[in-house]
Design a protein. Structure first.
Length: 181
């Protein structure tokens, strides 16, 4: 199996994660590195993270890293056949918020672009197939506040960069994958 970069897009609760996990299991079996980007700031998010953990095969390796994950990925993913990043949406959010409260749009977008560049560098340096999960946020309303617009734009650009580099892109709608590329 030669490596490939796969981008899985969709809206909230579209089935992205379940589809990505099934694909990772099919392609990598127990040899999967799961990159978790969520942070448990409240009880609701703790419950979501616990549910995601319970849904993953126990044999998979997990790297929990909310940001700056390019270098740890290269090291941790060396033995994995598949690297599953779930999700770019939260990684982008973490980068935007990490740029600082009220950071100008170019600064926040640059932080997200650095994360994407590091991910792509780690992918290119290794032998594993990568599956990246991300929300498609450009189909909704324009956020009514500046931070929301900065985030939407930064994630949209990140998704475009990842899609351009990917060999395969799928869009999930109501649990159904549609091949885009």
């Amino acid at each position: 199996m030669s490596k490939e970069l796969i981008l899985i897009l969709g809206g909230a609760r579209s089935g992205k994660s379940a589809h990505a996990q099934a694909l990772a299991l099919e392609m990598g079996g127990p040899s999967v590195l799961y990159l978790a980007t969520a942070q448990a700031f409240d009880e609701e998010m703790q419950a979501r993270i616990a549910l995601h953990r319970a849904e993953r095969p126990a044999a998979w390796w997990t790297l929990e890293a909310p940001s700056l994950i390019g270098a740890p990925i290269a090291e941790a993913g060396a033995a994995a056949r598949v690297v599953l990043l779930d999700c770019m949406t939260l990684l982008a959010s973490n980068a935007v918020l990490g740029a600082g409260d009220g950071a100008p749009a170019p600064v926040a977008e640059a932080a997200v672009a650095r994360e994407v560049a590091a991910l792509l560098a780690a992918y290119r340096a290794g032998d594993a197939t990568w599956i990246v999960v991300s929300n498609e946020v450009g189909m909704g309303l324009v956020p009514p506040y500046p931070l929301g617009r900065v985030y939407r734009d930064a994630l949209g650009r990140a998704n475009q960069t990842l899609a351009a580099a990917a060999g395969r892109v799928s869009l999930l709608v109501a649990g159904l994958p549609m091949r885009v590329k």
